[in-house]
Design a protein around this ligand. Structure first.
Ligand code: 13P
Ligand code: 13P
Ligand code: MG
Ligand code: MG
Length: 387
């Protein structure tokens, strides 16, 4: 971190209940959360804020000078979600309080259900950031776009032609099953990087740093609700903050990967793959089969800790073709019904009814003479006889 006063951007989100099933956040809950943040701004706890929705997820975008993981900021977000939940309950909104997995706040909001992406930096004279917020998907959904933004010169021209980007970037990859992280460098370790992040349910790009000076470039929320709760409780609809321009990829390079509506996990009941459709705020809601999964991108300038904006970046005909492609992919993949790869694989279904079905059928499975004894690879990587 360079010298000087640092500004922190905190994006904290939760599904606290929604209108018409999992369709969209109700405006009254946005108001309830905004009131809490306005009061905190008046008291000087935060410098500025913007409250919005990604589908049924309530999004708090805040700037302040207290650093990441600050208990006061996390408690503020918790209070805003609790107040919004009260309104959601009064209105009988669907799944009111869905993502608040605890009754009590204990110093840090991570692990309680809400998703958190925060970064702290010394502001450049002009500091453009893009906040991405997605619904009906999971944190690993940003792996592919992040790879393209920070490691693929066919996406980001600056990697080749801007000397300040030419050294490349460092990817911090989190193993969400083991709670471990590894740093991999691009371009020299891109094959190892891809070997991991091509499994987005387990390996999540948590942060990206510029290699030349370790300046923070991007951060993603990595909370996985089912791994916190031990059962399916809704999808871990993620958020991401990316810094742009002047030594980072240009805003257009940051948006470019989303012109390809790649397949992500999290559609209908958190159990299906579908295309990630980039949309403007007016379409930040889900309908068909509770989807398709959507992502919005809001651009801000950060100046003296103040959020200037937003610019609704996907509200543009330039992304019409991506949306049309997403519709075609949705049509195609929907026809698989309950079959993989539309439905997620068994590892991802373990918190749903699948284990119960298997348990119920256990005694009805009879041995079959196959002519060989199957050897199945276990987690150790060793082939072993099946019991
Ligand atoms: P119901 O059990 O209320 O139908 O909800 C299903 C669902 O929306 C899963 O997230
Ligand atoms: P959310 O995780 O967005 O609440 O969606 C739940 C779901 O199962 C929709 O089908
Ligand atoms: Mg919901
Ligand atoms: Mg959601």
């Amino acid at each position: 971190m360079s010298e000087g006063r640092t500004t922190t951007v905190s994006v904290i989100k939760a599904d606290i209940g929604s209108l018409a099933g999992h369709h969209r956040v109700h405006p009254d809950t946005i108001l309830a959360a905004s009131r809490v943040l306005a009061e905190a701004k008046r008291k000087g706890v935060i410098k500025s804020f913007y409250v919005t929705n990604a589908g049924d997820d309530l999004q708090l975008i805040m700037t302040h000078f207290k650093g990441v993981d600050n208990p006061e900021i996390h408690e503020l977000a918790w209070t805003a979600f609790r107040e919004a939940t009260k309104v959601a309950k009064d209105l009988g909104l669907y799944a009111a309080g869905q993502d608040l997995l605890s009754d009590a706040f204990s110093g840090n909001i991570r692990g309680l259900g809400p998703g958190v992406a925060e970064m702290e930096f010394v502001e450049r004279p002009s500091e453009p950031i893009v906040v991405f917020m997605a619904d009906k998907t999971e944190p690993g959904a940003f792996n592919l776009p992040l790879y393209k933004i920070f490691a693929d010169p066919f996406n980001t021209a600056g990697l080749v032609i801007d000397p300040r980007l030419h050294d490349g970037f460092i990817f911090e990859v989190l193993d969400v099953f083991e709670g471990k992280a590894v740093e991999l460098r691009a371009p020299e370790e891109i094959y190892d990087l891809l070997a991991l992040i091509g499994t987005p349910s387990r390996y999540v790009v948590k942060r990206v740093y510029r290699k030349s000076d370790r300046e923070i470039a991007a951060v993603v929320s990595s909370e996985r609700l089912s791994l916190i709760a031990g059962r399916y409780v809704g999808k871990d609809d993620p958020v991401m903050i990316v810094r742009a321009q002047s030594g980072f990829p240009a805003v257009g390079e940051v948006l470019e990967p989303f012109a390809f509506p790649h397949l992500v996990a999290g559609w209908m009941r958190g159990s299906h793959h579908g295309p990630l459709m980039p949309v403007g705020l007016k379409d930040s809601k889900v309908s068909r089969f509770d989807g398709p999964p959507r992502v919005i991108a809001l651009g801000f300038q950060v100046k003296n800790g103040e959020l200037i904006g937003p610019a609704d970046l996907f509200d543009d005909p330039a992304f019409d073709e991506a949306r049309r492609q997403a519709q075609m992919i949705a049509d195609y993949i929907r026809r698989h019904g309950p079959f993989m790869p539309h439905r997620l694989g068994p590892e991802e279904m373990e918190y749903t009814t699948l284990p119960e079905v298997l348990k119920r059928l256990k005694d009805r499975f009879k041995p079959v003479e196959m002519g060989y004894k199957p050897k199945v690879k276990h987690e150790s990587g060793e082939a072993a006889d099946v019991d």
